[in-house]
Design a protein around this ligand. Structure first.
Ligand code: NCD
Length: 331
């Protein structure tokens, strides 16, 4: 499924960026280009033989300085399905533990002639820092509280797939409610940028202490009452409380938080009858989302998000390495 109304500039002008550091800075047509590129990989991944050899001979390094299940595995699977040699740097056993700086680590990866580096780091801005130093494309797999662009892209692809009969693939006029720890969430930031850029209306909902100070600059409508935020929503995206990023007490207790901001079956009834339930994972069942909602066969798209994640990462790796591979017209 492509976006029929849209035609892209020729060759590399369709996606003129060297790296993928954030959704901020991407034009709507560049976002749609990546979504459209991912469609072929959604198809391929549903076949028993899931191999394409276009990245054969390329070396991709995954350098994850923070824990990850879905993002790390899907980048690894994506690279391997495209034929690349994928190497995962094990941070716990790396020289980072011996005091090496991030820049020195980046220069080391660069000297090994990596063709793409995928980075997850706890500091906002760390990925841009590395992208400025190395010669190859850098893909942000989450930097601090800043951005997680491939998550936002896979979320957009999931929404487009699930609602294509209703919307024809357009995001215009869709109401997407994001609820949870918006303040500490790079997923929320990238999703707000991505969905508003594509024409959706984004509502965010959290206790006042978990709303970022710069939210006014983003085109999201702020709610503190979850019932009101859910009213008529087409998509409900729940986010975990990022306790590891909290310094101090942001919520009185998990029990009270669930009472006010947890997605229960009763609450979900306030959204549209066919509203999609999404969560980037990892979920804290019984806190931000109840199990009976997370596991709703027809409404929950949480495992579909994981499926779309592999396709999106294949698209991003393919598009960003076209220059290195000297694909015709891609200058
Ligand atoms: C998210 C992350 O790491 O930012 N997870 C993910 O990539 N699927 C969200 C989270 O950790 O809560």
């Amino acid at each position: 499924m492509t976006s029929p109304a849209l035609s892209y500039p020729e060759g590399s002008a369709a996606f003129p960026h060297e790296s993928l550091v954030g959704i901020g800075g991407l034009a709507p047509h560049e976002i749609l280009f990546l979504l459209d590129e991912a469609e072929q990989w959604v198809e391929l991944n549903r076949h028993p033989q899931k191999h394409d050899d276009r990245l054969t001979g390329l070396t991709i390094i995954n350098a994850f300085f923070e824990n990850s299940t879905r993002t790390l595995l899907s980048f690894e699977i994506a690279g391997k399905r495209l034929g690349a040699d994928v190497v995962n740097m094990h941070v716990a056993q790396s020289s980072i533990k011996k005091g090496e700086t991030l820049i020195d680590t980046a220069m080391t990866l660069n000297a090994m002639h990596a063709d793409a580096i995928v980075i997850r780091h706890g500091s906002s801005g760390a990925v841009q820092l590395i992208a400025d130093k190395v010669d190859c494309p850098v893909l942000n797999a989450g930097d601090g509280q800043h951005e997680h662009p491939t998550q936002a892209l896979l979320d957009a692809l999931t929404i487009r797939h699930a609602l294509r009969n209703k919307t024809g693939g357009s995001f215009n006029g869709l109401t997407v409610t994001l609820c949870g720890d918006i303040l500490h969430s790079r997923v929320a930031r990238s999703n707000i940028l991505c969905l508003t850029s594509l024409g959706a209306h984004v509502r965010i909902c959290a206790p006042p202490a978990l709303i970022p100070a710069d939210i006014e600059a983003m085109q999201a409508e702020v709610f503190h009452d979850f019932d009101a935020a859910l009213d008529g929503a087409d998509v409900v995206m729940m986010l975990r409380l990022q306790l590891e990023r909290m310094q101090g007490q942001f919520i009185p207790s998990a029990r009270e938080y669930r009472h006010l901001f947890g997605l229960t079956a009763e609450r979900l009834a306030r959204a549209r009858p066919d509203a999609l339930v999404m969560h980037p994972g990892p979920m804290n069942r019984g806190v931000e989302i109840d199990s009976d909602v997370a596991d709703l066969a027809d409404r929950s798209h949480i495992t579909r998000q994981v499926e779309m994640g592999v396709a999106i990462r294949m698209a991003c790796l393919d598009v960003l390495t076209r220059k290195v591979r000297r694909v015709e017209g891609w200058t």
